[in-house]
Design a protein. Sequence first.
Length: 325
Amino acid sequence: MVEGRAKIVLTRRWPHVVEERMAQLGELVRNDADRPLSSRELREALTTADVVCPTVTDDLSSGMFARGDVRVQLLANFGVGFNHIDLAAASACRIQVSNTPGVLTDATAELALTLMLMSARRAGEGERLVRAGAWEGWYPTHMLSTQVTGKTVGIVGMGRIGTAFARKAFHGLGMRILYCNRTGVDQSISLELEAERVAFKDLLERADFVSLHCPATAQTRHMMDERAFRLMQPHAHLINTARGDVLDEPALVNALVQGQIAGAGVDVYEREPELAAGLAQLEQVVVLPHMGSGTTETREAMGMCAVANVQAFLAGEALPNPVLP
Ligand code: 8YV
């Protein structure tokens, strides 16, 4: 429990309407410069505030909690992914952690669909051609690309976002759905989407498009490695809107250069905002700056979800979205 008015730190600027709402819950400290906090600034937040609301740009690894002097009692993460937070270290300091699941499902699935269509239809390349003033006009064999409708998509991680993406691909584009997941999905979903659960290796071998939707964990780290790319078909495309860590980026560059796969659409990177050497120079790659959940509606909903968690915590109630209760 927090005695008196809680001190709440937002490590980045949030949509205005959410900051206003959060300010009603306590003494709000904002990062007006809106740059990632340094580890010293982050440590200061952890040791002086009751609630810290981090994002994916905050490295909350074990060292941040090691000295046992933290004051923070709740980390209300702005985002569903929490691989930037060392949960064991937070738990040892008896810190509660919440996230924002559900509200960013459709926005992220939309972006995966965007990347799949852009990569298949060479949209980035075409746009660069027009912008460069290098387009010489229409002809029957110009910039031929790959049709998406009716093709097979392999979904790695059939949770909320993977399922939403599958729905859009099945109902919107008539795609055949393969997936791999630790558990099978509800029968109602597999019937609706005629989805077939397969082993990772089979998925890579059979899919025309492979889309990553699994969380970043020790088990999924670099699961798309050199071996995995060798199993994919030469005409296949890889889409990543999950986390950079799931993908060995230099192996992706190599697979594209060697023609082991045809293209890729990437929104997340292992060392954001840095990209692996050579990735952005490849014509057959669409690279976006981690904008999966980046719609106004969704970022506001994510913020309001974090507000609901802070409010419950301050009232001594169970967190609506506990990662560490
Ligand atoms: C967020 C995301 O924008 O929620 C997530 O896990 O990947 C993004 O959509 C980002 O993580 C905000 O912290």
